[in-house]
Design a protein around this ligand. Sequence first.
Ligand SMILES: [Zn+2]
Ligand SMILES: [Zn+2]
Length: 59
Amino acid sequence: MSESEAATEQRCVTCGINVTGTNAATFGCPSCNHQLHRCPKCRKQSNPYDCPQCDFRGP
Ligand SMILES: [Zn+2]
Ligand SMILES: [Zn+2]
């Protein structure tokens, strides 16, 4: 069994918590369409995020 990064795990792109099983928002990066997730708390606060794939920064 491999303990390396689970492909199914979804992390908030802003604060990094595991959002699997929560009602986190899932959306495509406006720049590269990479799948991003954001927890309800960060979405409510409109925290900025950085796309891990293309370094796009957005609200
Ligand atoms: Zn968050
Ligand atoms: Zn991107």
